[in-house]
Design a protein around this ligand. Structure first.
Ligand SMILES: Cc1cc2nc3c(=O)[nH]c(=O)nc-3n(C[C@H](O)[C@H](O)[C@H](O)COP(=O)(O)O)c2cc1C
Length: 223
């Protein structure tokens, strides 16, 4: 089982979010899965320029690291998104990646995969950011198993660390369990199913302009 962790802090794994992600990954490793960490800090993911080429060809026109990240997302069994809270949202690095995933979202190409979420903040608002990241996961067609978020207490420290780290390791283990047993999340399925009807309808409406996505849905409409 392969779990891909994507961290979007400008401090990479050296910051608070990296510290919390370490514990989630410990849970993943203890469950026997393989891990790979991608730090957006060291990669080049430019903002989307709305050229629509991905909808037409299935490949982004911007020549940077996005396509290789996309391939890793497509082949992993599960993934972890980790971001600090920047003004009630994810960092610009993570948002750039989200936007570049627009083609994957139109195809809901990660349907059947599972994700876990990690967030840290200076002083709170953690649930808002975790909810936003969960919404992104669901628009890809994937299930969000859960998330851990916390304000910091200092550099790479948190209030009530014992409980937080314990929950983080449990989340990593839970991600692997959900993948192994193909666990269902009925409350997310309702959103995913509505969103799927919307994306399928959108691509059908644009079928003369977006041949890649038209063909993708023609092959996968019955899934
Ligand atoms: C540009 C910027 C914006 C931030 N916005 C918020 C915020 O809106 N709310 C908050 O509680 N903390 C905010 N913070 C603090 C970070 O979320 C917090 O320090 C986080 O743990 C940093 O994680 P890192 O060490 O992994 O980068 C902000 C920090 C920066 C640099």
């Amino acid at each position: 089982m392969k779990i891909l962790a994507i961290i979007a802090s400008p401090r990479g794994m050296q910051g608070n979010t990296g510290r919390l992600l370490e514990e989630v990954l410990r849970g993943v490793t203890e469950a026997g899965a393989e891990t790979e960490i991608i730090s957006l800090k060291t990669l080049n993911v430019q903002p989307c320029v709305a050229c629509d080429v991905c909808h037409k060809t299935g490949v982004c026109n911007i020549k940077d690291d996005y396509e290789s990240i996309k391939e890793k997302m497509l082949v992993c069994d599960g993934f972890i998104l980790a971001s600090p809270n920047y003004i009630f949202s994810v960092t610009a690095q993570m948002k750039a990646l989200f936007d570049r995933c627009n083609g994957l979202i139109h195809c809901m190409a990660l349907e059947g995969k599972y994700a876990a979420l990690v967030e840290t903040s200076g002083g709170g608002g953690d649930d808002e950011v975790l909810t936003y990241m969960r919404r992104f996961v669901n628009t890809l067609g994937a299930n969000a198993v859960g998330g851990v978020g916390s304000p910091m207490a200092g550099i790479r420290t948190f209030p009530d660390e014992v409980t937080l780290y314990d929950n983080s390791r449990k989340l990593g283990g839970e991600l692997c369990c959900c993948i192994a047993e193909k666990r269902r999340f009925p409350e997310q399925e309702a959103f995913i199913s509505d969103f799927k009807a919307r994306m399928s309808g959108l691509v059908d409406f644009m079928k003369d302009f977006w041949p890649f996505e038209r063909d993708y849905w023609e092959k996968n409409r019955t899934r």
